[in-house]
Design a protein around this ligand. Structure first.
Ligand SMILES: NC(=O)c1ccc[n+]([C@@H]2O[C@H](COP(=O)([O-])OP(=O)(O)OC[C@H]3O[C@@H](n4cnc5c(N)ncnc54)[C@H](O)[C@@H]3O)[C@@H](O)[C@H]2O)c1
Length: 267
């Protein structure tokens, strides 16, 4: 018996990075997984990797800022795999500019993906999650990708921090609203530290530019030195936390935030 046997999961932004790793781990734990992203080729490659390992997955194009895309993707999960138990709102973007440097278009993109995307996913997946919860002992689950930048301030990207702070409190508020309505959908957030993905690399580039250098190797070491556990995070560190929050093992966790940062915010 595996932790996600019989479950159906939909993960936004799952073509690569944390979402891609989570999709593969969920499939190994027995879930049927819908991988949804704007990066269609990479997304299909992740599906192929899951199938090659004996798992079940499907790919769907999803721009998380589009209500129509969300409707189609949720319908696909239900028509292909019969129901929807788990939504992971993982898609996100990072800009890496200060308050005085970021353009209004860049800000609108941050808000669109990091906040509107989470709101739309939650709203449009809720009916299917609610339906699946009726026959599940521990109900359905939403896991939102926030960040440690949604708990403490970020001088590197204050606007990214603003969107992740929004996701942090939206998680708690959604848990309260669904609780009041009796939906049996647990809503929790996860708060990664610095994780080695394309986005993690973007943060090193932004730090290097801020210090007037191109030396991202030195910056990576400087950041590593600030981690009490002594290394940067890898996608699997976060995937394990997401699988836990999505599984029945976290059946009494609701409106909570799980920090996975090697101790960075312990100080
Ligand atoms: N890497 C880190 O250090 C870190 C730290 C804290 C939080 N996070 C959060 O974790 C999540 C995953 O980040 P990652 O590090 O894997 O980044 P990543 O850039 O590797 O992956 C992000 C994924 O989101 C997808 N995406 C972007 N815009 C989209 C849109 N409009 N619609 C659908 N998909 C879209 C991308 O195509 C990509 O596949 C994000 O929400 C990010 O903010 C990452």
């Amino acid at each position: 018996m595996q932790r996600l046997d019989g479950k159906v999961a939909l993960i936004s932004g799952a073509a690569r990075g944390i979402g891609g790793e989570t999709a593969q781990l969920m499939a190994r734990e027995g879930a049927k997984v819908v991988i949804a992203d704007v990066l269609d080729d990479l997304g299909r490659q992740t599906v192929a990797a899951i199938a090659a390992a004996g798992g079940q997955a499907a790919y769907a194009h999803l721009d998380v800022t589009s209500e129509a895309d969300w409707t189609e993707v949720v319908n696909l999960a239900v028509s292909k795999f019969g129901k929807l138990d788990i939504l992971v709102n993982n898609a996100g973007v990072f800009i890496g500019k200060g308050i005085e440097e970021i353009s209004l278009d860049e800000w609108n993109r941050l808000v669109g993906v990091n906040m509107t995307g989470v709101f739309l996913g939650t709203r449009l997946a809720a009916p299917a999650l609610r339906e699946a919860a009726k026959t599940s002992e521990h109900g359905s689950a939403i896991v939102n990708l926030a960040s440690i930048a949604g708990i403490v301030g970020s001088q590197l990207d204050p606007l990214y921090s603003m969107t992740k702070g929004g996701v942090t409190l939206f998680t708690k508020s959604a848990a309260l609203e669904f609780g009041r309505k009796g939906y049996r959908i647990r809503v929790n957030s996860i708060h990664p530290g610095v994780i080695q993905t394309d986005m993690g690399e973007q943060t090193f580039v932004a730090r290097a530019q801020r210090s007037g250098s191109n030396d991202t190797t030195r910056i990576r070491q400087t950041v590593t030195d600030t981690v009490p556990w002594g290394r940067l995070g890898v996608p699997m560190d976060i995937a394990k936390g997401i699988v836990f929050l999505a599984s029945d093992d976290a059946g009494y966790m609701n409106g909570a935030g799980l920090v996975v940062d090697g101790g960075v915010t312990a100080t």
